[in-house]
Ligand binder design. Sequence first.
Ligand SMILES: [Cu+2]
Length: 189
Amino acid sequence: MGPLIPYPVSVPPGVSKLRYPDVVKSKFAPIAATALLLTACSSAAGETPGVLAAEPWIRATVGTEQPQMTALFVNLTNPSEEDRILVSADCGDVAGEYQLHEMVMVDGEMMMQETEDGIPVKAGQHQHLAPGGYHVMLMGLTRELAAGSEEIDCTISFDDGQTIELTAPVKEFTEEQDTYHTHAATDDA
Ligand SMILES: [Cu+2]
């Protein structure tokens, strides 16, 4: 468990209050099908399906308050009947250290810290790594990341040994992210 760190992302009011659909519904299928940036580690036929990952992105650092750190965000779905835990992430030499972070409120301030036991992806549910929530922290960045400048290959690993390779474009954090989630939640209601 690391120290508390001020959250470097300016989160628009209300973002942390967004409610995402918790249960995987058939309606999610078309969304997942469009997310072909990912390559799930294949499992033999008959085995429990692995976690799915969609829409990975890394926040641009140009012009931010703490350009030495940023975060990887991705939408995870666990279609299986077993809880899974995201236990590690690695995007190569772009950062010196990778941590899984959670948000905590301290005296009304949003802070982040390393999670004690990874990031849970419960059976039959989504887990959105998004600004204001769980994220993969990239610390000790070795270069500046401008929006649209590159796509970074990352590998995320789960407690059962599954790994997923992601190609995460560098993007600005915009309200587009929230709009997408707001619509998804509304559509699902
Ligand atoms: Cu963090």
